[in-house]
Design a protein around this ligand. Structure first.
Ligand SMILES: Cc1cc2nc3c(=O)[nH]c(=O)nc-3n(C[C@H](O)[C@H](O)[C@H](O)COP(=O)(O)OP(=O)(O)OC[C@H]3O[C@@H](n4cnc5c(N)ncnc54)[C@H](O)[C@@H]3O)c2cc1C
Length: 485
């Protein structure tokens, strides 16, 4: 291996960490070379594994002083290449920063380190009748730091909002090594919403060291219904009908026929047969209110001409419905060796139309697409299925993903709902926003990161092609949007 000047400097960084928490051998670094979007790969120079906030700050300051780029990494479940390392940079792996520092049931708050797993917060709050509302489908593995950086969502975000709605305050080390506090422990914060600004900044501002979360009381009861339709469009249109009725369910999710097939094969969820798509609607709240709302929901659903219905009679049946829904991402792996997960948004009242357009895209491209998504938010997650061993298939799948982003923009939606822009969709940022707006975003980012060393190459349109490791031209290269240098 050629030793470069950068490698020499990195050995200095190693002096700040015990040997078992400074990873620089090639084999161990391989474990960090991609995130959930495995098509992009880059081996970092080294990985450091801090156990205290002071160690994170020391690593960031070292990077700043030595002009070395770094990437904060939670569990690496990003599906947009957001935690892909920089080839000449450092990964700051936060999994050992996994302590819940304080849980205050009276104030309904939890102060956590960034590497705490999302589900662990709700588990710790459970004895007090509380929980943490944002629940990405990856909640058993993803970290609160990653949730903050992507402003993650989940099934319950229709009613309760995204991560940013549940973060009260934060201690942060900026990319320039300054430790700053944003927000506090109260729901009333002073001045502009700096905490909200950091949420969704995709690791470009620095690293969240400590996060104060809002906890909510657990709902008294749930009413969960699975409704089957004879077309995906009918399921999409039913979402508008439910929302127009004035109901605000805890969750509204859609699964199409491919997703149902995958879930049945993987977890035998016993969904009723004969539907081309199912809608899951879950009401939650006090008993008296649910008694009223379930009647209204029933009237609305009947008017949408469903082909089949199943109301969960007890906790076990409710869990069965959710088990099917939550299994889809991994279950699709049984139907296809590879798949890309898109994360786009369309206005909710155009869901049916968007789903028809996605079906057409699938037929025209010859690529199977499974749809499973947070329908109440208009947040689509088409799973684009392909076999990466077949020459050119990844590129064809990426072309379909690009068409989907374009579709969302043209319908007045967004290129991301909750998975971030990352590496994958950065060239679409400039299609969503005008040049002045993107420049203003860039100035904000430079205020936190004057040397552009924190997760560089993500979110903002850049000169390099996203998938440097792949053979052939990336579809965006072909279109002249990006270039390799
Ligand atoms: C099966 C599956 C299902 C998913 N379902 C959902 C879903 O329903 N909703 C949803 O929103 N997402 C979902 N995701 C995507 C992903 O799990 C989430 O976006 C999650 O928030 C990422 O957390 P992580 O710890 O894995 O972060 P990583 O992938 O490690 O990092 C993500 C980003 O956060 C930055 N980052 C990490 N920690 C910090 C920190 N402390 N400070 C600053 N920046 C930081 C990284 O640099 C990177 O930019 C899913 C992913 C998978 C694989």
């Amino acid at each position: 291996m050629t030793i470069t000047r950068a490698d020499d400097r990195v050995m200095d960084l190693g002096k700040l960490f015990p040997a078992d928490r400074f990873v620089c051998d090639a084999a161990s670094r391989s474990a960090f070379e991609s995130d959930g979007l495995a098509a992009f790969r880059a081996k970092p120079l080294a990985v450091v594994i801090p156990e205290t906030a002071d160690e994170i700050v020391a690593a960031v300051r070292w990077c700043f002083e030595n002009d070395v780029p770094f990437v904060a990494r939670g569990s690496g479940t990003s599906l947009s290449g957001g935690s892909l390392p920089v080839a000449d940079g450092i990964v700051i792996a936060l999994n050992r920063m996994n302590r819940i520092l304080d849980l205050n049931p009276d104030a309904r708050t939890a102060v956590v380190e960034p590497g705490v797993i999302n589900l662990k917060v709700s588990q710790a709050a459970d004895p007090y009748g509380l929980y943490f509302a944002p629940d990405p489908s990856s909640q058993t593995v993803c970290t609160i730091g990653g949730n903050v950086a992507f402003n993650a969502g989940g099934a319950h975000c229709l009613k309760y909002g995204m991560t940013s709605n549940h973060v009260l305050g934060m201690k942060v080390v900026t990319a320039a090594g300054e430790v700053v506090t944003m927000g506090g422990a109260s729901t009333e914060s002073i001045g502009p919403d700096y905490t909200g600004l950091f949420c969704g900044s995709e690791g470009l501002f620095g690293i969240a060291l400590e996060i104060t979360l809002r906890l909510l009381p657990k709902p008294e009861m749930f009413h969960t219904v699975l409704i089957g339709y004879d077309s995906l469009r009918a399921a999409g249109d039913a979402v508008s009908a439910v929302i127009e009725s004035g109901l605000l369910p805890g969750a509204i999710e859609i699964m199409d026929a491919v997703s149902i097939e995958a879930a049945e094969a993987a977890v035998k969820c016993n969904y009723p047969t004969g539907a081309a798509a199912v809608l899951i609607v879950e009401l939650e709240g006090p008993k008296e209110r649910i008694a009223f709302e379930r009647e209204l929901l029933q009237r609305v659903i009947t008017a949408t001409s469903p082909v089949v219905q199943m109301i969960a009679k007890d906790h076990e049946q409710r869990m069965g419905i959710w088990k099917g829904r939550k299994s889809v991402f991994s279950a699709v792996g049984r139907l296809s060796p590879d798949f890309l997960v898109q994360d786009g948004v369309v206005p909710r009242n155009r869901l049916g139309e968007a789903l028809v357009a996605i079906e057409k895209l699938s037929v025209d491209s010859g690529i199977r697409i499974a749809n499973v998504f947070h329908a109440g938010d208009g947040n689509l997650h088409p799973l684009i299925m392909f076999d990466g061993n077949i020459d050119g298939m990844l590129h064809r799948a990426e072309a379909v993903a690009a068409d989907l982003s374009q579709l969302c923009i043209s319908m007045g939606g967004s290129i991301t709902g909750e998975h971030g822009v990352g590496m994958e969709k950065r060239d679409f940022l400039a299609k969503m926003y005008d040049a002045n707006t993107v420049e203003m975003f860039d100035r904000l980012r430079r205020a936190f990161d004057p040397k552009l060393i924190s997760n560089p190459g993500k979110m903002f349109p850049g000169p390099e092609a996203p998938s440097l490791g792949m053979a052939g031209l990336h579809p965006l290269e072909k279109a002249g949007v990006i270039q390799r240098e």
